[in-house]
Design a protein around this ligand. Structure first.
Ligand code: ADP
Ligand code: ASP
Ligand code: MG
Length: 605
């Protein structure tokens, strides 16, 4: 007999009929000889409705009261679901987060789960009942009983955390699509179902906009090795398995508060090529990386930042053995780029640096914790180490530093993040040889981001740290951090621009904080653009595979879509484009990687 946790999302329980249909499925699972815990969301779009209602009363509602309000949605569903099961002759009982004993941090509207007291729930299971638990909610402590919520979409996280705490055999997430698809079928109906995806890939996809799973749910499944399946609540099809590596054993205390950093990694076989002042128009990146991959050169990091005027800088890293050829290809492109454009492009130049290293911190515990990246920058700054390039993903932050600083960087990072094991050397070629995964598994669109740029940040160690610490103090998470390669002389000091993206909800707040610090920290104007969209490709098979990024850029160029920013990490490439180009960009990239299937995915209304 297995213990199964089944989670049903809003659409799956959107009406009385749907609740009855779900109850039938739950009963079938019990009749097949299993114990079942059911976790449910609020019915349909109830939570959205409650948020709207709150904003009719207050522009900035109190967070505690917000949790009090939003947690009611799930409470309706648990009672109805329990009744529906009882109608079928299946003993069942509903429980709120408080009744189960789901204890979280006190941070209202975004609490992380600390631990779950399972004995009460287990007594009901042993008595032969199905236990129906309200997702998305918890309490701040057994004494205070303050109701908290986990953040929008958080019922997935409730379910996987409960499965881990109960040591269940598996956790099944039931939703309105057949499983995890190559992209959002509402935007690309030709999206295809995947039978399987790794938790690393899913973490990236979820954090880049694929809302089919809450990223923190994937994190818990990965940390505890919990088998996780996503399937449709309308059919009996098997859906998608999310596979995790065998985890290190870990306690069930501090479930979501694992150490933020598990490993410090480095790669000394890196060289940098920067192309300065290339024209800002569709097709430039496609052409450059097309030529580079034509030479079979594998590019690791790519960043492209925005500028005033009509030029961009593009920087990328390659292995040291590839530097000469990468430089030759880049230099050869300059005359073609400048031809026929204004004077700015004629100033284009190529700069190379053969003596760089990449240092990386990695760990699923950094999700949603803006302070971790800031701490890395601060640690490097305090050691007097200048950061040349930054690349972030949901579970990694990498900094390119001077090669001579690498050993010192590793030592201070291991100490700061209490990583005792010696740093791991990244061997891209070996990783590529081991991987038979397709280069691109999925494509995601995030339309909720805004871009901020700070002009003329003094170029000295510690500035990135100060900047991101400031934002972290206000709990603002930053994504796609890009430092320009171009230095300018400002009052005798060199200065750079830094651009990054944050959630649109945080954009204005972030701008205020940064503008207020401008005089003290000596930086210039802070510019916000909310009319952007971020498209990303994700796949562990892109490691060590030349040409994947080039193919993405080419697809955009063909549609004349201009790329405003580029950022890559090992298993993803993200491009910022204008908001109006977002959906088209997603569609052409999905098609370009041959991800479209024959069957159109129908999403229930
Ligand atoms: P639930 O209410 O069941 O939690 P959500 O609306 O949170 O459901 O998530 C399911 C939705 O996620 C789908 O209807 C789909 O539009 C969207 N989605 C985005 N990206 C993907 C993807 N890669 N695969 C499947 N669904 C996706
Ligand atoms: N009802 C909550 C929301 O809409 C939680 C969830 O559905 O996962 O965000
Ligand atoms: Mg959801």
């Amino acid at each position: 007999m297995a213990l199964i946790v089944q989670k049903y999302g809003g659409t799956s329980v959107g009406s009385a009929e749907r609740i009855q249909a779900v109850a039938q499925r739950v009963k079938r699972t019990v009749d097949a000889g299993n114990s079942v815990v059911v976790v449910v969301s609020a019915m349909g779009k109830t939570t959205d409705g409650l948020v709207k209602l709150a904003h009719e009363i207050s522009a900035n509602p109190n967070r505690r009261e917000m949790d009090m309000l939003l947690s009611t949605g799930e409470q309706v569903t648990i009672a109805l679901m329990s009744m529906a099961l009882q109608e079928l002759g299946q003993p069942a009982i509903s429980m709120t987060g408080a009744q189960v004993g789901i204890v979280t941090e006190a941070a209202h509207t975004r609490a992380r789960i600390l631990h779950i007291k399972t004995d009460r729930l287990e007594r009901h299971l042993q008595a032969g009942k199905v236990v129906v638990v309200a997702g998305f909610q918890g309490i701040s402590s057994i004494e205070d009983l303050e109701i908290t919520t986990l953040g929008r979409g958080g019922s997935d996280t409730s379910a996987v955390a409960l499965a881990a705490a109960l040591r269940a055999d598996c956790c099944e997430i039931y939703t309105d699509v057949p499983g995890i698809l190559t992209t959002d079928p509402r935007l690309v109906p030709e999206a295809q179902l995947m039978a399987e995806i790794t938790s690393d890939e899913m973490l990236e996809l979820a954090s880049l906009g694929a809302k089919v799973l809450h990223p923190r749910a994937v994190e818990i499944a990965r940390n505890y090795g919990m088998p996780l399946v996503v399937r449709s609540s309308w059919t009996d099809d098997p859906g998608t398995r999310v596979v995790s590596p065998v985890p290190q054993p870990r306690p069930l205390e501090d479930l979501e508060i694992a150490r933020p950093v598990d490993a410090v990694e480095f790669d000394v076989d890196q060289a940098k090529v920067a192309m300065l002042r290339v024209p800002d128009r569709p097709g430039v990146a496609a052409r450059l990386f097309g030529e580079i991959s034509g030479q079979d050169l594998d590019v690791d990091l790519i960043i492209q930042s925005i500028h005033e005027g009509n030029t961009n800088d593009i920087a990328f890293t390659v292995s040291q053995a590839s530097l000469k050829r990468a430089e030759a290809v880049s230099s050869a492109m300059i005359p073609a780029l400048a031809a026929g454009t204004g004077s700015a492009a004629e100033d284009a130049e190529v700069m190379v640096d053969g003596g760089i290293a990449k240092v990386t911190i990695a760990g699923a515990g950094m999700i949603g914790r803006p302070g971790v990246a800031a701490q890395m920058f601060k640690t490097l700054a305090e050691a007097g180490i200048n950061i040349q390039m930054i690349s972030t993903s949901e579970v990694k932050v990498s900094c390119v530093v001077e090669a001579a600083d690498c050993d010192r960087a590793l030592a201070v990072l291991c100490e700061a993040f209490e990583v005792n094991s010696s740093p791991a050397r990244i061997d891209t070629a070996q990783a590529a040889a081991q991987s038979d995964a397709p280069p691109v598994r999925g494509v995601a669109l995030d339309r909720n981001q805004a871009r901020l740029a700070i002009r003329q940040i003094p170029d000295r160690p510690g500035m990135a740290a100060r900047l991101f610490e400031l934002l972290a103090q206000h709990n603002i998470s930053v994504d796609m951090i890009i430092q320009s390669q171009r230095c300018r002389l400002m009052n005798g000091l060199t200065a750079r621009d830094i651009a990054f993206t944050v959630s649109q909800l945080d954009a204005e707040h972030a701008r205020e904080i940064l503008a207020a610090a401008a005089v003290e920290l000596g930086w210039g104007e802070v510019v916000v653009d909310t009319a952007i969209a971020k498209v990303s490709i994700v796949g562990s098979g892109m490691v060590g595979q030349p040409g994947v990024a080039a193919q993405m850029f080419a697809a955009l160029a063909q549609e004349k879509i201009n790329i405003q920013m580029i950022a890559t990490s090992e298993i993803k490439v993200s491009c910022v484009v204008s908001e109006e180009d977002g959906v088209k960009a997603l569609q052409v990239i999905h098609a370009a990687f041959g991800l479209a299937g024959q069957q159109r995915i129908e999403v229930p209304a």
